[in-house]
Design a protein around this ligand. Structure first.
Ligand code: NDP
Length: 515
């Protein structure tokens, strides 16, 4: 029986992953395209979450003791398992989230890539090393190492139900932690599948990665248990609640929040390539992408051509659930109202709607890709995260004005710059107020495992992916070892009376000459 068949079975609960807890309440996950039930899952209450974390804690010591090589071998088995069953998992993502099967494959590929990188680079990034001891401790050896924290709680969203949580799960596991993952209530089957796959691929450390399911209360319980670190990905509004809950137990948090990402299209940009990237960045995954492009600032010389090209490309997009569809239904019904409000507010404030629009048929889960021009900068479509298939395009004088407007947001997740001038593009990219920027492409940074992923401002703090992502799930530990005792010990009440004066003279000679 395939794992997805197991979660589709009468109970909808994957054996051995989420059904072992004492809880009676359940909830259904449904396919946004058809309304069919994908699975039935337990609502884990605080007791059940506590039991799961206790099991993870018991497993964490053994998982850490496997060392870098032992963990690398098991993480390889897990990624091999995912890679072999890619279509099965992609089909489940397609059904439960609604995105096209091909996009699900892309997201799983990225997740597998991150699993490989995290496991392959953990020793080099985190392993014990000796560092220079410095002048005052010259007779000591100094060591630095990054130790696992214990149990990491991961709370994830529904938009990329494999790739997004794996950005925390893979790095936390590779760093030697056990993980308890709470998927979104809209994608519990995918979360359960990932945990079942772990148990199948890594049976000797099965409790090192477990899943709990439910609604916000289950996530809140995970914050309060407590865990040793809570990695949250979701909206800024929920992020604030999670931080407040974690404050009660002084649990450190990692916050991957929303964005309002901008693209700058400069005078010398390849307009066709920029339009292609903008359409993909804004409309793929039905616009439900944290690092999706929501605003474009195009300079006057390229504006008209850019708008025409974007419009033509958007008109070729096709909704649906079959293999030819380019975008699927909105996963979370309430998001449709947000998109509709942003579009109708903008239209009411004088924006031109060149494709799509605010209307969807009653009960309809597909939102037409919508391009908006002349949108006032004060409107919700420019200021708030829309998280739907919309794009505002604004004409600006030059790239400096584009950058100023791109940076005029409380968010700061990612962005893009299009220009054929390498130096100018890199300069704009550096000055963009964001955690990540792509030059002459969109979203590329997310597929480079060595690069850190995270935002500034209301987009959160902390980093997943890359070396920073590994260190994020560790505690740095400092150790010194005295190699030889010195006749004069400055950190002793027995030091000679003139020792401090002698030290001051030495410091004056070494550092005092600098002005
Ligand atoms: P939400 O903030 O609504 O939910 C995120 C997760 O938090 C869900 O699992 C949710 O559970 C859970 N949750 C809800 N309430 C609480 C609570 N009080 N305590 C603990 N956990 C809780 O976000 P969405 O799922 O709607 O995801 C979309 C958002 O995620 C967008 O803002 C998007 O930009 C952002 N995002 C950011 C990314 C990044 O890397 N920066 C990547 C992907 C998305 P439940 O669903 O059961 O309510």
């Amino acid at each position: 029986m395939s794992l997805s068949e197991e979660v589709d079975s009468a109970t909808g609960v994957t054996a051995g992953t989420v059904d072992r807890h004492a809880t009676t309440e359940t909830f259904e996950s449904t396919a946004p395209a058809t309304g069919a039930v994908v699975g039935v899952f337990p609502v884990h209450d605080a007791t059940a979450v506590g039991e799961t974390v206790a099991r993870a804690r018991a497993a964490a010591g053994q998982w850490a003791a496997l060392g870098f090589d032992g963990r690398k071998q098991r993480l390889a088995a897990y990624r091999g398992y995912l890679a072999r069953r890619m279509h099965e998992l992609a089909d489940l993502v397609h059904r439960e989230n609604g995105k096209p099967h091909a996009d699900a494959i892309l997201e799983i590929t990225l997740a597998v890539d991150h699993l490989a990188w995290a496991a392959g680079h953990a020793r080099k990034t985190l392993g014990p090393r000796r560092v220079a001891a410095g002048m005052l401790a010259a007779n000591h050896a100094a060591y630095l190492e990054y130790q696992p924290m214990g149990v990491v709680g991961v709370i994830g969203p529904w938009n990329y139900p494999v790739f997004t949580p794996m950005g925390s799960i893979a790095y936390a596991l590779a760093a030697g932690n056990a993980v308890v993952f709470k998927p979104s209530e809209f994608t519990p089957a995918v979360g359960a599948w990932l945990a079942a796959a772990w148990r199948a691929a890594v049976p000797d450390a099965a409790d090192a990665f477990q899943v709990v399911t439910g609604f916000g209360e289950t996530g809140a319980a995970l914050c309060r248990v407590p865990v040793d670190k809570l990695a949250f990905t979701g909206s800024a509004a929920t992020g604030r609640k999670v931080m407040a809950a974690c404050a009660e137990t002084l649990t450190p948090v990692l916050m991957e929040l929303g964005g309002k990402d901008a693209m700058i299209v400069d005078d010398d940009a390849d307009v066709v390539a920029a339009a292609d990237a903008a359409v993909w960045g804004a409309m793929s995954n039905g616009g439900q992408t944290c690092i999706g492009i929501e605003r474009v600032y195009a300079t006057a010389p390229v504006y008209d051509r850019f708008v025409a090209e974007v419009t033509a490309q958007v008109q070729r997009l096709r909704p649906g659930s079959d293999d030819a569809a380019t975008y699927g239904p909105m996963t979370m019904p309430s998001q449709i109202d947000v998109v509709r409000r942003h579009v109708s507010d903008a239209a009411g404030a004088g924006a031109r709607v060149v494709t799509g629009g605010p209307d969807t048929s009653p009960g309809e889960r597909y939102v037409a890709p919508t391009v908006l021009l002349d949108v006032p900068e004060s409107s919700a479509a420019v200021r708030e995260e829309t998280f739907g298939p919309t794009l505002t395009i604004t004409k600006v004088r030059d790239a400096e004005e584009a950058l100023e407007r791109a940076n005029d947001t409380t968010y700061g997740l990612a962005g893009a710059v299009f220009s054929k001038s390498r130096d100018r593009a890199m300069d704009l990219a550096r000055r963009m107020r964001s955690g990540m920027t792509s030059v002459n492409s969109v979203l590329t940074f997310a597929s480079v495992p060595a690069l850190p992923f995270g935002g500034v401002g209301d987009s959160g703090f902390g980093r997943i992916h890359g070396e920073d992502g590994l260190k994020e799930f560790t505690r740095s530990k400092a150790i010194t070892r005295q190699r030889v005792p010195l006749p004069v010990n400055l950190m002793s009440f027995g030091r000679p009376a003139g020792a401090a004066d002698a030290l001051a003279r030495v410091m004056g000679m070494v550092h005092g000459r600098h002005r």
